[in-house]
Ligand binder design. Structure first.
Ligand code: BTN
Length: 326
């Protein structure tokens, strides 16, 4: 269904200045008039402003900021990442959709990306939810099929943070920090969250799903996160292109993935450390799910665990958790 809506929207975008007759659209898309009218209504309810009706012709009122595969594909500069693309106007969660795809037993190519304009049940780390309003953010999941043991999975989440950090700094010139393990912050507030999930056996990863939520053009946030969240628009004072950021990210991530395959964990750990104010000498509290530790950060080990020096001088390696600034 969403693929059909993409085709219709793309046809309307190519004729922005004139109304396209409903008859021609229906013919080009190979559907009946009533189906066309139903699709136009669906696009309208997804927030797109389309003027006109079947007999007078349809016209887009303004160029929509929609992550259409028809706009993305010709500009992809990656080898595998994003070569298979799914695009939704609305979905419960792109991570959930990815896991349904994998569970259906259909072949899901390495590097498949699922994009959504909005999510009704966007998921965050530690069972939290992710605020996913339309047109403001970038919400996507990557399906990766690396031949790695589960112990190396956290590195892929760190790599995602590094790649997004680089894409953001290059495109927006903003100063972006990485908070362990994989939150991106601007001015101390969260701009991007990453949720890595796996389908695995005890010693083998079958598939890795990495979900990314980036606050791009949000002008505000709900009360519960207003103090802790920011967007690129708020931080830069400018509307940013989700499409450019997405393309930049895919390239950065693929390059990092390739250099990890060639040289191992250092390809990810080193740039992570270089770009995070949390890597060294930061006094923190951290809850690893069992207990809260207090100490000073002393870098990462080669699995991406955070090394924390406790009061007694002992260094603990923390594999998962939430960092609170101490
Ligand atoms: C976090 O809690 O920091 C992680 C947030 C991850 C949100 C993204 S949005 C796209 C993908 N689909 C989801 O349901 N969650 C991730």
């Amino acid at each position: 269904m969403d693929r059909k809506l993409d085709e219709l929207l793309f046809a309307l975008m190519q004729n922005m200045t004139i109304a396209v007759s409903g008859e021609k659209l229906a013919r080009d898309l190979g559907v009946s008039h009533s189906t066309l009218v139903r699709w136009v209504e669906k696009l309208r309810s997804a927030g797109l402003q389309i003027r006109g009706e079947l007999f007078s012709g349809f016209r887009l009122v303004r160029l929509p900021d929609v992550m259409l595969p028809q706009l993305i594909r010709p500009r992809l500069r990656t080898r595998t990442l994003g070569r298979t693309l799914y695009h939704f106007y609305q979905v419960d969660s792109t991570n959930l959709f990815a896991s349904r795809l994998l569970n259906h037993g259909r072949r899901v190519p390495d590097g498949t990306v699922i994009l959504a304009e909005s999510q009704t049940a966007g998921r965050g780390r530690m069972g939290r939810s992710w605020h996913s309003e339309p047109e403001s953010g970038l919400y996507f999941s990557m399906v990766l099929l690396p031949r790695i043991p589960p112990t190396l999975v956290p590195l892929f989440a760190l790599a995602t943070a590094v790649a997004m950090h680089n894409a953001l700094e290059r495109d927006t010139r903003l100063d972006v920090d990485i908070k362990w393990p994989n939150d991106l912050l601007i001015d101390g507030k969260k701009v991007c969250g990453i949720l890595a999930e796996i389908q695995a056996e005890i010693d083998r990863v079958n598939a890795l799903i990495i979900g990314v939520g980036l606050n791009v053009n949000n002008s505000g946030f709900p009360d519960d996160i207003v103090e802790t969240a920011t967007s690129l628009r708020i931080a830069s004072g400018r509307i940013q292109s989700r499409l450019e950021l997405f393309l930049e990210f895919l390239e950065e991530f693929e390059a990092l993935y390739t250099s990890f395959e060639r040289t191992g964990p250092a390809a990810i750990i080193e740039p992570w450390i270089k770009n995070s104010s949390f890597a060294y000498n930061r006094r923190i509290k951290i809850n690893d799910g069992f207990r809260t530790l207090e100490g000073v950060t002393r870098g990462l080990n080669s699995f991406g665990a955070l090394k924390v020096e406790l009061k007694d001088g002992k260094v603990e390696e923390v594999y998962s958790g939430d960092v609170l600034v101490g």
